[in-house]
Design a protein around this ligand. Structure first.
Ligand SMILES: [Zn+2]
Ligand SMILES: [Zn+2]
Ligand SMILES: [Zn+2]
Length: 465
C-alpha cells in the first residue's frame, strides 16, 4: 500500500467509525428509553397493587382482624398478598369488598387458628425442652438400666405431675427447673405405673389377635379369670410375643419392652395436632406381628424350646443358630466356594422367613429349618466373628452423669462427646475406672434398636460328622 493510499484508507475508516458510533448511541438511547417506560409502568402497577391491598387491609382491620393481619405482615407477607381478591391492579371497589369479604374472613379465621396452634406448640415445646428435658436427662443419667423401657421425655410430659406443670400452669406463670426437680422422687412410681398401663394395652392387643387366630390356648386363656396385668407380663416377655409398627418397616421385630420406646411412636407431625408431646401409640400404629409370631413358634420349636414359655432374653442368651435348608446351595466338585449353608440366629431367622419365604406354601416354614450340630455351631461363631463389623462400644456411665446445682440441672462436660469405651479397656477415654458401669447409647428417635447388635447371617461349609 502506498503512502497516499494509506492516508485515504485511514480517513475512510474514521468516517465509517463515526457513523457506527452514532448508530450505537441511538440504539443505546432507545433501549434506555424502553427500560425507563417499563419501569414507570411497573412502578405504576406496584402503586396500584399496594393501593388495592391496603384498601382491603383497612376494611379487614375495621372489622376486627388487626392481630392476624399484623402477624401476617411480619411473618408471612406472601400469604397476606395471596388472600382471596387482594391481588391485582384494579382499583378497590365496594363491589370487590362485598364479593370477597366472606372468603377473606374464612381464610383469616383459618390462619388465626393455625397461628394459635403454632403458638401453643411453641409454648409447650419451650416448657418441655427447657424445663422437663434436663430433669429427665438427669434422672436417666443416674438410671441407665431403665433407659430403654422408661417413657421418653415427650411421653413423660403427658403424665402427672409433669402434665399439670406443662399444660395447666397458666402461661404467665414463670416456671423453673426447680418446679420439676421437686418431683424427682415421684419418678420411679411414675415410670412403673406408665409401664403397667402400656403392658395392659399390649395384652389387650394380644388378646384381640388371639381371638382372630382362635387358637386353642387363647380359648383356654379366655376361660380363665382375667388375670392381673402384672401376672400376665410374662406373656409380654415371651419370644413369640412380637409387635410391629405400621409406620415403619414391616420387617422390624418389636419385642417388649422395646415397643414402649419405639422411636416413631413419638415422631409424627406435631404441629397439626397443636401439641408438642404425645402419649404412647397415640396414632394406633402398634399391632401384633402375627406372621412373625407364627414363624417364631416354628423356629423356637426347632431349637428345642417351648414357644409358650421361652423368653426372648433366654433365646438371646442361648445364642443358638438355625440353618435355612431351602437356601442351601449345591456344591459340585468344581465349586470354588464350599460355604453352601445359610446360618443365622433366631431373630434373623424370623426376618428371613418374612423376607424370603413368606410367599411359599403353608408348611414351607415348618420344613425349612434345621438346628445346628455343635461342630457347625463352632464354625458359625468364628465366621460371625470374622465378618462382624466393629460397632461402637458401650458408653461410660460416669462420663454422662448430670448433676443438680442450685436447683438447676448441670450437664457434664462430656455430654455431647463420644464416651464409648474401647473393647477390653479398664478405663474410659476420660480415665474413669468404669465402676459405675457402661451402657449402650441409643436414641430411639434416630435409631432402630432391634436392627443392630445381633450377628448377621453367615454361610458355612458342610461339615463331615
Ligand atoms: Zn415404627
Ligand atoms: Zn431361606
Ligand atoms: Zn468415663
Amino acid at each position: 500500500m502506498s503512502h497516499g493510499n494509506k492516508k485515504k484508507y485511514e480517513e475512510w475508516l474514521k468516517e465509517e467509525r463515526a457513523k457506527l458510533t452514532t448508530r450505537q448511541d441511538t440504539s443505546v438511547a432507545l433501549i434506555e428509553w424502553e427500560i425507563a417506560t417499563d419501569k414507570l409502568t411497573s412502578e405504576n402497577d406496584e402503586i396500584r397493587r399496594v393501593a388495592r391491598r391496603d384498601a382491603f387491609i383497612e376494611r379487614l382491620v375495621e372489622i376486627g382482624y388487626e392481630p392476624v393481619i399484623t402477624r401476617l405482615k411480619s411473618e408471612a407477607l406472601g400469604l397476606l398478598e395471596n388472600l382471596p381478591g387482594i391481588k391485582g391492579v384494579n382499583p378497590f371497589s365496594e363491589e370487590d369488598w362485598e364479593t370477597f369479604r366472606p372468603e377473606l374472613i374464612e381464610s383469616l379465621e383459618t390462619l388465626e387458628e393455625k397461628f394459635k396452634k403454632q403458638d401453643r406448640v411453641g409454648f409447650l415445646a419451650d416448657r418441655t425442652e427447657k424445663l422437663l428435658r434436663p430433669v429427665y436427662d438427669y434422672y436417666i443419667s443416674h438410671h441407665r438400666d431403665i433407659q430403654s423401657s422408661a417413657p421418653l421425655f415427650l411421653q413423660l410430659a403427658k403424665l402427672e405431675p409433669f402434665k399439670g406443670l406443662i399444660y395447666d400452669a397458666p402461661a404467665d406463670q414463670e416456671l423453673t427447673q426447680a418446679d420439676f426437680i421437686a418431683h424427682l422422687d415421684a419418678m420411679p412410681k411414675l415410670i412403673d405405673s406408665w409401664k403397667e398401663e402400656i403392658a395392659g394395652r399390649l395384652l389387650v392387643l394380644l388378646d384381640l389377635g388371639s381371638e382372630e387366630r382362635a387358637d386353642s390356648d387363647a380359648a383356654q386363656a379366655k376361660g380363665k379369670e382375667k388375670a392381673d396385668v402384672l401376672d400376665n407380663t410374662s406373656v409380654l416377655d415371651r419370644a413369640t410375643t412380637i409387635f410391629e409398627c405400621k409406620r415403619c418397616s414391616r420387617s422390624n421385630l418389636l419385642f417388649y419392652p422395646i415397643i414402649l420406646t419405639h422411636g416413631c411412636l413419638v415422631e409424627y407431625p406435631q404441629h397439626s395436632t397443636g401439641d408438642y408431646n404425645c402419649r404412647w401409640n397415640e396414632q394406633d400404629q402398634v399391632e401384633v406381628h402375627e406372621r412373625a409370631s407364627r414363624y417364631a413358634r416354628v423356629i423356637i420349636g426347632i431349637l428345642g424350646q417351648n414357644p409358650d414359655m421361652v423368653t426372648w432374653k433366654q433365646l438371646d442368651k442361648d445364642n443358638q443358630r438355625v440353618e435355612c435348608t431351602r437356601c442351601r446351595t449345591r456344591v459340585t466338585r468344581k465349586s470354588r466356594n464350599r460355604s453352601n449353608r445359610l446360618v443365622m440366629n433366631w431373630r434373623h431367622a424370623i426376618l428371613h422367613e418374612i423376607e424370603k419365604h413368606s410367599e411359599e406354601s403353608e408348611d414351607s416354614c415348618e420344613n425349612g429349618w434345621q438346628a445346628l450340630d455343635s461342630k457347625s455351631l463352632a464354625i458359625t461363631y468364628s465366621r460371625e466373628q470374622a465378618e462382624a463389623e466393629a460397632g461402637p462400644g458401650p458408653t461410660c456411665v460416669e462420663c454422662k452423669l448430670c448433676s443438680i446445682q442450685e436447683n438447676r440441672v448441670v450437664y457434664p462436660r462430656r455430654w455431647r462427646r463420644d464416651s464409648t469405651v474401647i473393647k477390653g479397656a479398664k478405663t474410659c477415654q476420660a480415665g474413669h475406672d468404669l465402676s459405675m458401669g457402661v451402657y449402650d447409647e441409643w436414641d430411639p428417635l434416630v435409631e432402630n434398636f432391634s436392627s443392630r447388635s445381633t450377628p448377621q447371617p453367615v454361610r458355612i461349609p458342610d461339615v463331615k460328622l
